[in-house]
Design a protein around this ligand. Structure first.
Ligand SMILES: Nc1ncnc2c1ncn2[C@@H]1O[C@H](COP(=O)(O)OP(=O)(O)O)[C@@H](O)[C@H]1O
Ligand SMILES: [Mg+2]
Length: 227
């Protein structure tokens, strides 16, 4: 089991109000499995992903990644654990503007102080069809190219789990499909477990399971998704 989420709850204080976004959510993801998470805007999808990534702490309940309970890690250990074990891809790419494509991809190795980043980053960028774009700054790249750089960066440490928050949300349909194809190819080759938040039915259908976040819990997604 790569991901095990038990009775996850998350509340936020907004002014005078307490809002409970996640209300006892459970999820299990096996190695190599892909899961799409659908749900209305504001239903808590991004909140869930940040808890899965250990970017935020739950109010209660637990998240285990590759057997490690994230709640048992200090902030420092959590940052290190995330860097090694969890790949993150966001809608807005989150690339460093002053760095080139390959420098962005190598960043996780620099941060974790691991050798051999250059070769590995080159390989990943080649595999994603960006061999000719390695030394470009991110503003010289298209949206689809930026997202592929972000995917390459997320793959650098060979995580077992990749979390993606609307990865094609900022791309036109055709580009989005190309990027998603490549993401799934990489995931398959590397036996990666994927949790993908998406509004795209097409992307959701690429995943082995489709779940809907509603009223603070995950339900099997019924209807709506059809070709
Ligand atoms: N840091 C925060 N502080 C207060 N409220 C938050 C915070 N993050 C998210 N929320 C609230 O939690 C709810 C779910 O947000 P979010 O997870 O971003 O939804 P989604 O990604 O499904 O659109 C929203 O009502 C949002 O306002
Ligand atoms: Mg969101």
């Amino acid at each position: 089991m790569i991901l095990k989420v038990q009775d996850l709850k998350k509340s936020f204080i907004q002014g005078e109000r307490k809002i409970t976004v996640l209300k006892g959510l459970n999820l299990e993801v096996e190695k190599g499995e892909s899961v799409a998470i659908l749900g209305q805007s504001g239903s808590g999808k991004s909140t869930l992903l940040s808890l899965l990534a250990g970017l935020d702490r739950p109010t209660s309940g637990s998240v285990q990644v590759s057997g490690q309970d994230l709640g048992n890690l200090s902030e420092e250990d959590l940052t290190r654990f995330r860097g090694k074990n969890i790949g993150l891809v966001f809608q807005q790419f989150h690339l460093m503007k002053h760095l080139t494509a390959i420098e962005n991809v190598k960043l996780p190795f620099e941060i974790l102080d691991i050798e051999g980043g250059q070769k590995k980053a080159e390989d990943l960028l080649e595999r994603l069809g960006l061999g000719h774009r390695m030394d470009h700054l991110t503003h010289q790249l298209s949206g689809g190219e930026c997202q592929r750089v972000a995917i390459a960066r997320a793959m650098m440490t060979e995580p077992e789990l990749l979390l993606a928050d609307e990865p094609s949300g900022n791309l036109d349909r055709e580009t989005g499909e190309q990027v998603i194809d490549q993401l799934f190819d990489l995931a398959k080759q590397n036996q990666l477990s994927l949790v993908v938040v998406t509004h795209s039915e097409q992307l959701a259908l690429r995943c082995g399971r489709q779940l809907k976040l509603r009223d603070g819990v995950l339900q099997k997604h019924e209807g709506q998704i059809s070709l």
